[in-house]
Design a protein around this ligand. Structure first.
Ligand code: NAD
Length: 260
């Protein structure tokens, strides 16, 4: 579906982002992966994308906290493949704490990575999309773009912010065959979710099983985690021609979480 196109997926060394990158590669797009982690493990994933799907894949080590590095990531994609047609802003971090104890540096890092990085990436990628008269921007938001949970002030603020950014960009480029949408997953079983369990156990004085059943899955009427493949399939759909009239939307994929 996307052969001849290039997709940049931020935070794609793990979890949702890695599966989205692989899904776009499966549909024939050349890929720029990005994210933190062990260099050898990242190289293994990068070369696996090339061999599994017969596309080209480069790795950008851009830190999403640093605007110059974000600009370079987009420039590297254009230099390697001629264009960046699909941008998936996925990199994200979480920190769980009551607000009166929330560390300043953690709050600022979450706003930078989860919100501001998307601004810098969109700003850098849009001129090329406008020149080609086609583009797809997909921001990985969260159910927390629509509703809040206690102890996640920075994350909820960043994800509500990305919802606003998504709608604004969509309006600005609506006549240019460029769409901008957000995906709002509920709980997806990834390292990000696993890592917040110990802090949630502490903040709520609960066991691990209580956190999984009474906090995480309590939010999802289906009582099941969303899978990374289901999120990736929605991203592919939003980039497809069938989704051309869908723009400025926040697509819930959350087992019914925000319905109640
Ligand atoms: P994850 O921890 O598995 O992956 C996060 C990715 O972001 C990794 O590749 C990591 O290296 C990268 N990253 C983190 N800080 C970075 C930085 N400074 N610069 C560059 N890359 C950086 O998490 P995930 O669960 O796959 O989350 C991906 C996105 O989905 C996030 O935006 C998250 O908020 C969102 N999300 C996740 C869930 C869930 O339940 N897992 C639910 C809703 C939304």
């Amino acid at each position: 579906m996307f052969s001849g196109k290039t997709a940049v997926v931020t935070g794609s060394t793990s979890g949702i982002g890695l599966n989205i990158a692989r899904a776009f590669a499966k549909e024939g797009a050349n890929i720029v992966i990005n994210g933190l982690g062990n260099a050898q493990a990242i190289e293994t994933e990068r070369s696996k994308i090339e061999t599994d799907f017969a596309v080209k894949c480069i790795y950008s080590a851009a830190n999403m906290m640093i605007p110059d590095e974000i600009r370079k990531m987009i420039a590297d994609g254009i230099a390697a493949f001629g264009s960046v047609d699909i941008l998936v802003n996925n990199a994200g971090i979480q920190f769980v704490s009551p607000i009166d104890e929330f560390p300043d540096d953690k709050f600022e890092a979450i706003i930078k990575i989860n919100l501001m990085a998307s601004f810098y990436a969109i700003k850098a990628a849009l001129p090329g999309m406008k020149a080609k008269g086609w583009g797809r921007i997909i921001n990985i938001a969260s159910a927390h773009a629509l509703v809040a949970s206690p102890f996640k002030s920075a994350y909820v603020a960043s994800k509500h912010g990305i919802a606003g950014l998504t709608k604004t960009v969509a309006l600005e480029v609506a006549t240019q065959h460029i769409t901008c949408n957000a995906i709002a997953p509920g709980y997806v079983w990834t390292p990000l979710v696993e890592a917040q369990i110990p802090d949630t156990m502490k903040a709520r004085n609960m066991t691990k099983d209580q956190v999984i059943n009474d906090v995480l899955l309590a939010a999802q009427p289906t009582k099941e985690f969303v899978t990374v493949d289901q999120v990736a399939a929605l991203a592919i759909y939003l980039a497809s021609d069938a989704a051309a009239p869908i723009t400025g939307s926040i697509q819930s994929i959350d087992g019914g979480w925000v319905a109640h």
